[in-house]
Design a binder for this molecule. Structure first.
Ligand code: AMP
Ligand code: GLY
Length: 419
């Protein structure tokens, strides 16, 4: 099977790594990062928002399957642009609105009885200030569109909440994505991410994972794309997962069918769990980063086969098998991330040689190679993934490696999996 994979992050490195374990797969990443072997990288063909060159390439090079890693091309309609010539693992533009517009996602959840926080969508500062008055503290302010995980402010301070509204609607810090803000009721509880493979008719969940979104230890600092993750999640047992299937995933699949846009690809439910109360914080239309990097090494299935089945609308298994281990990823980021940060950091101390422990994986994210030198190109630069019989053992191995391979001008959280 010849597979084209779109993306350049840690998530795509992990998907590439897993797809390469399927028998007879050739996987090319458009454009990939320095973690992907040179011969499997395809820079320059895929361009943001324009799919003609990619379409011609997929056709002339006879690819069998297109797998889309990030949300932006899905929201821009990549699946619609090529699905007449190739099976696509990833939803249509219409279905991808579940991530592309928080206002639409709220409408969809309410219409389909999916539990979520009460919310008010606002197009003007006055409306938004009034909506804030109607919600108790803490305040939650969200830009409607895609904002690379940075469009959400959660704060106890009405002043900061108003500032977030102002930044979005007046200063346009998120551009078009912030033309509408959603003011939401705060949900207490513990977060979890449940991913499901979908073929248009069914959603089959992965075991849950847990992301750590704040930049610094003890959940301090700004929200990021995710600084680390673990799987499984001790507070989600089989009966709770069963409820998530019935109360969240199944109604979503039915809702997409009712919209006339059956969902094919990966549906990501970001959940808040408070005792036995389940709420959806957000849906995403793709694999999560960094949860994917610790989940895929645990998946005891042929991913290429499953993705092809999803794309063709014919998912076979009733459940997914996982290895009976715990897994963790700790993300290493450039100092300053998610604010401004330096690029070109020398990552060789961490990434130049393979880990001594063969079960430890190093997934690249924002990296590039210049000869033998691996340099940073992004905020989240790489992740260390380890597994073990217990989360404690997996954690020990990940932090052991990070301590032995320090990199200047970078940081990581010391408490992934321990909160
Ligand atoms: P989102 O991009 O919608 O997932 O929001 C980013 C992060 O903000 C989430 O992972 C939560 O930690 C937090 N968050 C978002 N919405 C809420 C909410 N209604 N209540 C509490 N925390 C929230
Ligand atoms: N880790 C959060 C996300 O992928 O959206």
């Amino acid at each position: 099977m010849k597979i084209a994979l779109i993306g350049s992050g840690g998530r795509e490195h992990a998907i590439y790594w897993k797809l390469k374990q399927s028998l007879y797969t050739e996987v090319h990443v458009f454009p990939g990062n320095a973690g992907i072997p040179e011969q499997d990288r395809r820079p320059g063909v895929f361009k943001e928002g324009e799919f003609v060159d990619l379409r011609n390439h997929l056709h002339s090079e006879k690819y069998d399957l297109l797998v889309v890693g990030p949300e932006q091309p899905l929201v821009d309609g990549i699946a619609d642009a090529v699905s007449d010539i190739i099976p696509v693992f990833g939803p249509t533009k219409k279905a991808a609105r579940i991530e592309g517009s928080k206002e639409w996602a709220k409408y969809f959840m309410e219409k389909n009885g999916i539990p979520t926080a009460r919310s008010i969508s606002c197009n003007s500062v006055e409306e938004a200030y009034e909506a804030l008055e109607q919600m108790p503290s803490p305040y939650v302010v969200k830009a409607d569109g895609l904002a690379a995980g940075k469009g959400v402010t959660v704060t106890d301070s009405i002043k900061d909440a108003r500032h977030a509204v102002h930044a979005c609607l007046e200063q346009k810090v998120f551009g078009e994505a912030g033309g509408t803000v959603v003011i939401e009721q705060f949900l207490p509880g513990r977060e979890a991410s449940v991913f499901a493979l979908c073929d248009g008719n069914r959603a089959i969940p992965f075991q849950p994972a847990r992301d750590h979104k704040r930049a610094h230890d003890n959940d301090q600092g700004p929200n990021t794309g995710g600084m680390g993750a673990v799987t499984p999640v001790e507070y989600i047992d089989a009966s709770l997962l069963n409820r998530i299937q019935k109360e969240v995933l199944d109604p979503a699949i039915k809702g997409f069918q009712d919209e006339g846009s059956p969902y094919k690809g990966l549906l990501y439910a970001g959940l808040m769990i408070d005792g036995n109360i389940i709420n959806v914080v957000e849906f995403n239309c793709r694999f999560g980063d960094p949860e994917t990097q610790c989940l895929l090494p645990m998946l005891d299935e042929d991913l290429a086969e499953l993705m092809m089945q999803c794309a063709k609308g014919d998912l076979k298994p009733d459940f997914l098998r996982f290895r009976d281990l715990a897994s963790i990823i700790v993300v290493i980021a450039a100092e300053g991330y998610p604010g401004s940060y330096e690029k070109g950091i020398d990552m060789n101390p961490l990434l130049a040689s393979a880990p001594e422990n063969p079960d430890t994986l190093l997934f690249h994210a924002g990296t590039e190679k210049e000869g033998e030198n691996i340099r940073s190109t992004g905020g989240r630069i790489a992740g260390v993934v380890t597994s073990g019989p217990s989360l404690e053992e997996a954690r020990k191995d990940a932090y052991h490696l990070l301590k032995n391979r320090p990199v200047e001008k970078t940081f990581y959280r010391n408490d992934i999996g321990s909160l």
